[in-house]
Design a protein around this ligand. Sequence first.
Ligand code: FES
Length: 144
Amino acid sequence: MSSRLALGGAVATLLPPSLGCGPMSGALPVIPNSPSNSYDLTFASFPALQTTGGATLVQIDATSGSVPVAIVRTGATTAVALQAICTHAGCLVNPFDGGSRTFSCPCHGSVFAEDGTVVRGPAQFPLSPYPAAVGADAITVSVS
Ligand code: FES
């Protein structure tokens, strides 16, 4: 291996995880701040959430700060919303994988179940949940 390649590898390992991998949160649909701390993800805007197994990843401009949130429709009347930040070192998790029904982290390989629990480390803590309720036209997520 040339020294140039070795140096390239060393530089890559020194980058903060959030800069080195994963979808960029800037590319996510932004949900503007709501003084009520309640955010409606309408089925008109997010049709994937209309059916069980559907999911989306958004950036919610919450009062406490902007946060990426993953929403999964888990049943006819149920949904989960999770902070989409890996609890190992802070990378944005990949979009929900409907086949394995998991979220994976592109940085070091952690895997989380659809309820946010850790399936595989190195992460040791679950993704943080937010209240989510299924309505007639939307899933409402509460983020304060
Ligand atoms: S940041 Fe290390 S596994 Fe996610």
